[in-house]
Design a protein around this ligand. Structure first.
Ligand SMILES: Cc1ncc(COP(=O)(O)O)c(C=O)c1O
Length: 372
């Protein structure tokens, strides 16, 4: 029987093992651990890749969000609109800034629904946090229009969307800040936790540089505000610098896999697929995840598991409004319905074509048996 785990960490290391080991050897032999040249180089490379003025490495994607909100002056008494279909980190960052997360509904492509945003705006709303989920950018024309009309800040949670574009503009470059996660399974992942904020604002960049380093002035070390210890490790930055060189190749491979899925699954009526690559000229998706909606989902997952195929449910199968203890608003029609059907199929750059075809064959087998 085949064994196709949902993600394959050992294969990720094997892919470029010698180069990774050379980096570890190099960085360790220089004793270059915290706020060193490799971090500066990676920040410059990332800023150049995205065409932004500043990239600031931080401890992880969650801190990228929190430092962004703090630098934007969002805090107690403010409301920030965020989709319910996201990782808890998006809402947790809002909560820890002192503001209140207000949950929006999503639409067929699983991204925030602009109509839902409009309905949630109050006099307390200070910002919108669109989540560029699964490697796809939301309709930023509509979101920008809403933000401009109501004088709202946009903080992009682009933690899942490095390299994705909307109308040829990169995820993370629409808002006051864009945020990235380098969690190991991310499209650009390091060997631990890591994150970055990008921005074109000199003022916001300077604040985030201070907040991530105990509130200290980077020039003279004098504390100017209360901050955190939230720097991106130099060793992780060195690894990320190498991986960024291969990034476009990795994205191509992800898009090829999404095309194979689409070709083999598109005719099954009982599943809803993400939009295929190149079907909408406004979107360039990087497929951080391949998230489908499947009828009889739990049975399908069990069938695939018996066939050696790993699948998962994002966020353990819960939308934010379904965490009762958090007491968040919950009248979200599409998200609620979708929560019974959403699941992720394996998609990473090390997957072989034959594995993807096998997964599709098994899904077809499952639904054919249901139809008979
Ligand atoms: C949409 C989203 N937001 C925020 C985060 C938080 O990133 P991190 O795990 O690096 O803190 C993640 C990471 O999984 C994410 O997927």
């Amino acid at each position: 029987m085949k064994n196709i785990p949902f993600f394959n960490y050992p294969a990720l290391f094997e892919q470029r093992k010698d180069e990774y080991l050379d980096i570890v050897q190099d960085v360790l032999s220089r004793g270059a651990y915290i706020m060193q040249q490799d971090l500066i180089d990676f920040e410059n490379d990332l800023a150049k890749y995205l065409g932004v003025k500043h990239a600031i490495g931080v401890a992880d994607g969650t801190m990228a969000l929190l430092t962004s909100l703090m630098a934007a002056g969002i805090g107690i008494g403010d409301e920030v609109i965020v989709p319910s279909h996201t990782f808890i980190a998006s809402a947790a960052a809002i909560h820890h800034s002192g503001a209140k997360p207000i949950l929006a509904d999503c639409q067929e492509d699983h991204l925030i629904d602009p109509n839902s945003i409009v309905k949630l705006i109050t006099s307390k709303t200070k910002a919108i946090m669109p989540v560029q989920l699964n490697g796809r950018v939301a309709n930023m024309d509509l979101i920008n229009e809403i933000a401009t009309k109501h004088d709202l800040i946009i903080i992009e949670d682009s933690c899942q969307a490095l390299g994705a574009k909307y109308k040829n503009q990169f995820a993370g470059t629409f808002g006051l800040t864009g945020t990235f996660s380098f969690f190991p399974a991310k499209t650009l992942g390091c060997f631990g936790d890591g994150g970055a904020v990008v921005t074109n604002s000199d003022e916001v960049a300077a604040k985030i540089r201070m907040i991530r380093d105990h509130g200290r002035d980077p020039v003279n070390g004098k504390v100017k505000m209360f901050g955190f210890n939230s720097r991106l490790d130099n060793l992780q930055a060195a690894v990320l610098g190498l991986k960024l060189k291969y990034y476009d190749e990795d994205i191509d491979r992800r898009r090829q896999i999404a095309t194979i899925y689409h070709t083999h699954l598109n005719s099954i009526e009982k599943i809803l697929l993400p939009p295929a690559p190149d079907t909408d000229i406004n979107h360039f998706d990087v497929f951080q995840n391949y998230e489908i909606e499947a009828q009889d989902r739990d049975e399908l997952r069990e069938f695939l598991s018996q066939a050696g195929i790993g699948t998962i449910l994002q966020w353990g199968g819960y939308m934010l409004h379904q965490y009762e203890e958090l007491n968040l608003n919950s009248d979200l029609k599409y998200t609620e319905e979708m929560s019974k059907k959403f699941m992720l199929l394996p998609l990473h750059a090390m997957l072989k074509d034959e594995d993807v075809v096998y997964i599709c064959k098994k899904i077809n087998e499952f639904y054919n048996s249901k139809n008979n």
